[in-house]
Design a protein around this ligand. Sequence first.
Ligand SMILES: [Zn+2]
Length: 277
Amino acid sequence: MQKIKSLVEARKEFPTQIKCEEYLARMRWPNGVTCPRCGSKHPTYLKSRRKWQCKCKYQFSVTAGTVFHKTHIDLPRWMMALWLMCHSPKGVSSKQIERELGVTYKTAWYLTHRLRKAMISDRLGVKLSGIVEIDDAVIKSDGSTRWKGGSYVLGMASRHGDIKLALINRLKSEEIRRVVAQNVEYIKAFYTDGHQAYRKMHELGPHQYVVHQKRWVDGEVHVSFVENAWSLFKRSLIGVFHHVSTQYLQDYLDEFAFRYSHRDEKARLMELVLASC
Ligand SMILES: [Zn+2]
């Protein structure tokens, strides 16, 4: 697929239900349509029903078994919503989807929620390796800097470019090591600030830290990659989502981590999400 640069171009790329089905079929079966039930490579296309019929008697459409199946939302709108979610650096709210696509808020919420789930499953099982920066932040549901309330989030950023963001209960050494251990492998070094909650990181791998009261960067040792991610995430809470309840915060963190980790491969973003749909 050509790189789509704007919503107008996305509308042209996905104008009709049939065009979208053709696109999804190419994506789903790059080596030719395959029966999901028996794996046969020779199903017959029933043009009038826009389905395939296999020798094993199974009939299937391109959306069978995907999030697009049997929804009342047409595929061009799904694709448009997906394009917006993948290509807005700070994300896109259900309100914006409602306006851009001319759907009800309820539909917009459903679209974003389902697509976010697909983005999240892209992140499952991702492990960070090499040099990994670790830093914490307190995230307020509305992105504000009020002191009271908020949730602790642990940010882990590999210098290869991947990040993971995880809600934690407390900023305690044990909790941090538990969460980090779940998310890393083949560690070359952990870089953190001098907070005492990180003092036992050496139990998981080589650990160096920079004491921020003295300086922010000590040669290679700093946490600026993960700090960049924090500031972008906080701006998206303030500017786009306005309010995210604690219940959904982890989902938003995962959606953000998905976009951030794939920021250098924007042309592939839609395909990556569709692969998880
Ligand atoms: Zn079959």
